[in-house]
Design a protein around this ligand. Sequence first.
Ligand code: GDD
Ligand code: MG
Length: 370
Amino acid sequence: MKAVILVGGLGTRLRPLTCNTPKPMIPLLNQPFIEWMLQRLHDEGVSEVILAVQYLADRFRTTLGDGSQFNLKLHIVEEPEPRGTAGAVKNIEQLLDGPTFVLNGDVMTDLNLQEMLAFHHDKRSKVTIALTAVDDPTQFGLVEMNGDQRVQRFLEKPRMEEVTTNLINAGTYIIEPEVFRYVPPNQFYMFERGLFPVLLQTGDPMYGFPSRAYWTDIGKPQTYIDVHHDILIGKVRYGFRGTQIADRVWSEGEVTIHPSAQIVGPVVLGAGSMIGRGCRIIGPTVLGPRCQIGADCNLEGGILWEGSQLGEGVTLRHSVVGRNSSIGANSLIAEGAIIGDECILGPENRLERGIRLWPGTLLGERAISF
Ligand code: GDD
Ligand code: MG
């Protein structure tokens, strides 16, 4: 069976992490998220994957090649301009030859695709939409069904007063290619605001497949941090590569840890990382390859991408530091701060409350303090 993954979005909600890295390529446990998706699809019986790329398309080509490392046949197809979710699949319609999995490229789930496929066949459905329950459906696509699980209404990003159910579109579909006859070629067109409402009018059968599988959209800063936690505490299966070196502490290669440093898992240490004297590193924390943590740093709930450096006495909590950035001594980075790639911060800066620094930002000593 074939699968299409939609990976052309700009990832605006995750900026500045997505300024240089498309959202599906951002590292999760030091592995590009899309690689995990490809492995999972292979494990679920998919043999051929089409990546519908647009934003930063080359990054996919150079990293994933022809897919042979995942034992998949991989097509990477770039749209001439963003075509929207349905328009992106219309653009590769000639590659489809039967019911096809279509997946948003930013959803972490261990949904059982074969069960969903059996349901799709059983119902003789044209479009089957995986559903998940969330606390706040206003950020998603709300789906109402009848007692037979046939979709009655689809409402993208409903207002609070329009919310009638907590079941939302989980971003995994099984689609019969014939429905693409309703999608206009060569233009921007969405499943959520275009094709699904049209199918409700034409009467083509569309079914919802509710699931209690693990599910999260990694496309927001807090969920990106939280999903690391969920993986590290075993809430979702994610075969990461580390070897366990202490209780709930994994390393991905040679690491240097000062004997006086204290590490309380779950913590993952990228290959070549160095942890200085007197550091306290509390999980969930993930250090990318070649990160250097100076003496007496305090880290908790931190995600550091490769090559980042913290000077002495830095405190970092619940925040993300992009590639090759350097944080000056005694700085505080906390409460959802996100620092882009290649930023250089002088000593004693205080970054809190979700503050975001764009790639290449230079800050002198105490440039930001509260
Ligand atoms: N190729 C291509 N071209 N891909 C696109 C385009 C495009 O023009 N626009 C968006 N995508 C991809 C994104 O990269 C992402 O993987 C997926 O389509 C969904 O886009 P998002 O921008 O992440 O949408 P969302 O999170 O606001 O909402 C969608 O996902 C929710 C579940 O996470 C909708 O499908 C909602 O209905 C759904 O509940
Ligand atoms: Mg999304």
